[in-house]
Design a protein around this ligand. Structure first.
Ligand SMILES: Cc1cc2nc3c(=O)[nH]c(=O)nc-3n(C[C@H](O)[C@H](O)[C@H](O)COP(=O)(O)OP(=O)(O)OC[C@H]3O[C@@H](n4cnc5c(N)ncnc54)[C@H](O)[C@@H]3O)c2cc1C
Length: 415
């Protein structure tokens, strides 16, 4: 077999997108992945007949680059309703995107979640971002999301009761200390499309990309231990060499295998996810529920099987509960169930706990004005969500852009 022209380390979405773009342009690529399957942070397990995504995540169907690369029809995306049910002091409120659900205009305007001015400001923000490209957003003044929302004029009540919980679930932190550019990007994506789940679980996304690679490109169970000049050394001791190497792995892992890079410390946002099986869905509609109580343990709850019946066996529902951070498991379940009791009452006693996932390395922290490291090592490229936005779109964009830079470098010089 000919030796590869490019070696990509890491078959998460960024590595897969990079490999697809390079192979489409006739480059011979080896894509080395340490685990048993591609997908990185986007994986789904088949467990007792349920599809358990490794952490609750959604695909936003307005993502431009991901939407072009993926065959969205084949993913059979099922949308959440645009809006949320918000639990506060045991009461339920509903806050919907009235631009897409006009029948909720009156109830949303009267909802105690935010003043009428707050709701008008949501419309103003939506309008202002409609005409800003994602590239333009990335060059805007960058502050924390909290400061941005205050400066935009939102009330403290709206920030604390809605934005902290909704964006807490996206940024995996509820201080709203994440970059306002990331906030603008996700707000734009949420208002221009739907949050969706593929019918057969989130892992369908990387699976679809991997299936399009030429045979022999993807090599799973191939952990890389170091880069030595132009050589990639596998944990097995085997050496491979290539003209160019892509590190499509988080930058702390990149630093370990290629110490020639001097990369800033990468801090991670974490999340804990509990799955339950229930006879009936507590909602019977495709909606996300949030908590507005400041002392709440639970950030969000959803019922993936209300979107796609493939998520649960016949006659059962799958309930996903997300808690920000990593928690001591000893009394976690009891505390989560106690809180769910205040939401749904005795119905919760019939739910069966399926699994708890502690995801320590979920999202790279995205503080305002984070500087991107320069590509300091010749022939070695850094790629991944932390070099764009921490999202599926960011990972795919970074993969495609890295491929473009490599193709440019591989062009024969004109002289
Ligand atoms: C719980 C959770 C919720 C999320 N929610 C959303 C959401 O709702 N919407 C959204 O758009 N995004 C969400 N994301 C973010 C999104 O999943 C990531 O941004 C994206 O998957 C990152 O892809 P990546 O290729 O950059 O990195 P990764 O997925 O981390 O891929 C890196 C790959 O490199 C491999 N690797 C590492 N070291 C080595 C080595 N030495 N040798 C070989 N292989 C190696 C790893 O095994 C992995 O497969 C969420 C993520 C998590 C975890």
């Amino acid at each position: 077999m000919p030796s590869p022209e490019v070696i990509i380390i890491g078959a998460g979405l960024s590595g897969l997108a990079c490999a697809l773009e390079l192979t489409k342009n006739g480059v011979n690529v080896h894509l080395l992945e340490q685990s048993d399957a591609p997908g990185g942070r986007v994986r789904t397990d088949f467990f007792e007949g349920f599809l358990l995504d490794r952490g609750f995540q959604v695909y936003l169907d307005a993502y431009p680059n991901a939407g072009q690369l993926l065959d969205l029809d084949a993913l059979n995306l099922h949308p959440f309703q645009p809006g949320a049910i918000i639990f506060e002091h045991g009461k339920r409120h509903r806050l919907m995107d009235v631009f897409r659900c006009p029948r909720h205009l009156v109830s949303s305007a009267l909802s105690p979640m935010g003043s009428l001015l707050d709701k008008l400001l949501v419309a103003k923000l939506r309008f202002s971002l409609k005409f800003a490209s994602i590239e333009k957003i990335q060059t805007r003044k960058d502050v924390t999301t909290n400061l941005y929302l205050q400066k935009f004029g939102f009330s403290k009540s709206m920030i604390d009761r809605f934005f902290r919980s909704f964006y807490g679930g996206i940024f995996l932190e509820n201080e709203l200390s994440t970059s306002s550019r990331m906030f603008e990007f996700t707000f734009k994506m949420f208002t221009e499309g739907s949050a969706t789940l593929p019918a057969k679980g989130m892992e369908e996304i990387p699976r679809q990309l991997a299936a399009r690679l030429p045979a022999g490109t993807l090599r799973c169970n191939s952990p890389v231990s170091k880069i030595d000049g132009a050589d990639v050394v596998l944990a097995s001791g085997k050496k491979l060499s290539a003209d160019q190497i892509v590190l499509a792995i988080p930058s702390d892992a990149a630093q370990q295998i290629c110490p020639a890079f001097i990369l800033p410390d990468l801090k991670w946002r974490s999340v804990t996810n509990c799955y339950f099986a229930a006879r009936n869905s507590p909602f019977g509609e495709s909606i996300i529920a949030l908590s507005a109580d400041p002392n709440s343990l639970i950030n969000n709850l959803s019922v993936p099987s209300d979107l796609s019946s493939d998520y649960a066996p016949d006659g059962q529902s799958l309930i996903s509960v997300s808690i920000l951070g990593i928690h001591d498991e000893t009394d976690l379940l009891a505390r989560v169930l106690a809180e769910l009791h205040t939401w749904f009452g005795e119905e919760v006693d019939t739910w069966r706990h399926l699994r708890t996932d502690l995801i320590a390395r979920a999202l790279p922290e995205q503080a305002p004005n984070t500087k991107q490291p320069a590509n300091a090592v010749k022939g070695v490229f850094l790629c991944g969500d932390q070099h764009a936005t921490s999202s599926i779109e960011g990972a795919i964009t970074s993969g495609l852009e890295t491929a473009k830079r490599i193709l440019e470098e591989r062009k024969p010089s004109e002289s």
